[in-house]
Design a protein around this ligand. Structure first.
Ligand code: IMP
Length: 179
């Protein structure tokens, strides 16, 4: 729970998110058109809504798995050290893999996860992020597909939280502190 009062300004509507996901899914379906099965790996917990909507738009045989890494905790500042808290259940050696991230901010998380999963020997490893804050980048990494580039605002909704709240908002909103 946050001690500071805040309001949430709508930034990306549920309708805009749905339209963008449809377009991204078409591109991904085409890129992996020859796959026998795509392993879609969601980064817990922020990607759970995004991955649910994305896989339902993919016209491919898919398997879904999850990985959890340490994150911001209950603060808005990134902890630079990334640790694997929960590993995949399945094998990805020799498989086609799509990593699904909610936001690429400093880039440490995506870079670490790509390195970690890459070491398991997948056939192809691609990444998608719903949101990207390019001005915040500290390491050189970019998702293969991005939903929306956004300015340096702390956002919530559509699976993304602030101190574990607001994940259930259907749209993406920016947190604005009022006190
Ligand atoms: P990075 O390692 O700095 O790129 O951070 C990535 C992770 O930080 C994301 O997967 C989110 O969990 C979290 N994060 C970054 N920006 C925000 C935000 O605006 N709201 C909520 N979580 C965020």
């Amino acid at each position: 729970m946050s001690a500071r009062p805040y309001v949430i300004d709508e930034m990306i509507s549920a309708k805009a998110i749905a339209a963008r996901i449809e377009a991204l899914a078409r591109e991904i379906t085409e890129a992996f058109g020859d796959t026998d099965k795509l392993v879609v790996v969601g980064l817990l917990r922020g990607s759970f809504v995004f991955i649910a909507d994305l896989v339902r738009e993919l016209d491919l045989p898919v398997e879904v798995d999850f990985i959890e890494v340490s994150s911001y905790g209950d603060a808005t500042e990134s902890s630079r050290e990334v640790r694997i808290l929960k590993d995949l259940r399945g094998e990805i050696a020799g498989r086609d893999v799509l990593v699904v991230e909610d936001i690429v901010d400093t880039g440490h998380t995506l870079k670490h996860v790509v390195g970690y999963l890459g070491a398991k020997g997948p056939k192809r490893l691609r990444t998608i992020a719903l949101l990207d804050k390019p001005t915040r980048r500290e390491v050189d990494v970019k998702a293969d597909w991005t939903g929306f580039e956004i300015p340096d605002r702390f956002v919530v909704g559509y699976g993304i939280d602030y101190a574990q709240r607001n994940r259930n908002l259907p749209h993406i909103g920016a947190v604005r502190f009022t006190g």
